[in-house]
Design a protein around this ligand. Structure first.
Ligand code: MN
Ligand code: MN
Length: 459
């Protein structure tokens, strides 16, 4: 049962493939720091590989046939790719699913204010974060502001070499005696996550002159007025590019690897897959970090409707066939797993935790306490997957998040399982999960990509 480091096993040629994949992955992370940016990049890559939008197919009146490649998009934040297989749809599809939203700070709808000579944007955090990790680091602003007439302004400040960055201040250590006695969860409080955006007062203005100057700049750069924040989605994320990590460059350190590491590897596996027996599907969704809610989260009917549209374009839609298609499908619900951290070893069960660089991680179940909230994958399904991974020489390990009763987490797995399909959680091990900078192993990224390809072709 002992697994060895994947690094010990690679040939020169495999190492070259591994490095090339990881370079493409870093580029993807830099291009997509929000769900909207990810969807844009995913569509760009998919179209370059022969995918068409479902609207294009519907409008042309063409019928979908095996070999056709189609994508559907929901509100620019979730996307599904389909590669139509030879077999009838109702025999089931092979589905890869991952999420493209990540923990961050969202700008409030009435955010801009001035205090003590600074202009601030007030935020509300999104997803599970340790708030104290988000102060005193360079941050960038990504997102959109939509004018009343529907014009969408795309905003991205803090990523280019010459761009300014932003920050949330922290109290100097010299005055922190009282602060440091507080519980970790309140050392930095949610309402104090206010982004510093300026310090120069507008000349000739008496009251709130720094705020006025900020508004003047927003007007100049983007044509935006203060009221436009009402219909804006601005996300505050760590500024800077994804980096190689370690003297041996064995790891990737970057923001948002939960779950873009699984999203990108799923996407690449999907785009590399040509003709398939069973229809191959890749779902990349939003809102996982806040419970898969909303129209763009996995609990939305978006995916089910997408399958209905695909069937409709094959002249084979019926409620019964749709249900059988979903029930007969198999899915890898791909999300990150916690990697064993020797510095915090007491939080893990050493025999049932994922180790960095030991390959693709399968979590038979997730959840909290007594597996609450989990999708508990079927043993028969796990057996089939073991076989596929072994036959395709994919290194894998099995794991739980951590020790029993220490906490827990959920994924999108249970939602697809509602259709009666086989679903299992799997993915990449991550250190510093949900921190501004998360760490993964290049070897694991290489193994999961291989694993996803093997699944699409053989499940
Ligand atoms: Mn995740
Ligand atoms: Mn997460």
């Amino acid at each position: 049962m002992k697994k060895e480091s994947a690094w010990k096993t690679y040939t020169q040629e495999e190492l070259q493939e591994l490095e090339a994949l990881n370079k493409r992955y870093r580029d993807f992370l830099d291009a997509g720091k929000t769900e909207r940016e990810c969807v844009k990049e995913i569509i760009k890559q998919a179209e370059a590989r022969g995918y068409n939008s479902i609207e294009e197919i519907e409008n042309s009146g063409k019928k979908l046939v095996p070999g056709d490649k189609v994508y559907t998009v929901m509100m620019k934040k979730a996307v599904t790719l389909f590669n139509i297989g030879e077999k009838p749809l109702k025999e089931g599809m092979n589905i890869l699913g991952a999420h493209i939203d990540s923990p961050r700070l969202d700008v409030k709808q009435n955010p801009l204010y001035e205090e003590g000579g600074f202009a601030y944007l007030d935020t509300h955090y999104y997803g599970g974060i340790k708030k104290y990790q988000w102060v005193a680091i360079p941050l960038s602003i990504h997102g959109v502001a939509v004018k009343k007439d529907g014009t969408v302004f795309e905003i991205c400040i803090g990523e280019k070499e010459d761009d300014p960055v932003f920050f949330i201040s922290d109290l100097l250590v010299h005055l922190s005696q009282k602060q440091l006695e507080k519980k970790g969860s309140v050392v930095v409080e949610g309402e104090d996550l206010n982004l510093t955006v300026g310090n120069i007062p507008l000349t000739g203005t008496e009251k709130d002159a720094v705020k006025a100057n900020t508004l003047k700049l927003l007007e100049e750069y983007y044509g935006l007025q203060e009221e436009d924040f009402i219909s804006a989605e601005l996300e505050i994320v760590p500024a800077g590019k994804a980096k190689e990590c370690g003297l041996d460059k064995s790891m990737i350190m970057a923001y948002g690897q939960d779950d873009r590491v699984c999203a990108y590897t799923s996407l690449e596996a999907m785009l590399n897959t040509d003709s398939v027996e069973k229809t191959a599907v890749c779902i990349l969704v939003d809102k996982e970090e806040i419970g898969s809610v909303g129209a763009t989260g996995m609990r939305s009917r978006f995916f089910e409707n997408s399958v209905a549209r695909i069937m409709n374009c094959m002249d084979s839609y019926s409620e019964f066939d749709l249900r059988m298609t979903l029930q007969n499908s198999k899915m890898l619900s791909s999300d990150v797993s916690s990697a064993y951290d020797p510095i915090y070893s007491s939080s893990y069960d050493k025999n049932n935790v994922a180790y960095l660089s030991k390959g693709m991680v399968f979590n038979k179940f997730t959840g909290s306490r007594g597996k609450s909230g989990s999708n508990d994958a079927n043993a028969e399904y796990l057996a089939q997957l073991r076989n596929i991974m072994d036959e395709n020489k994919v290194k894998f390990q099995t794991a739980e998040l951590g020790k029993v009763d220490l906490g827990g987490g959920g994924t999108i797995a249970y939602i697809l399982a509602l259709y009666g399909m086989d679903v299992i959680d799997c993915g990449v091990a991550v250190l510093n999960m949900h921190a501004p900078w998360e760490v993964t192993s290049k070897a694991d990224i290489y193994e999961v990509k291989k694993g996803y390809e093997a699944f699409l072709k053989n499940a």
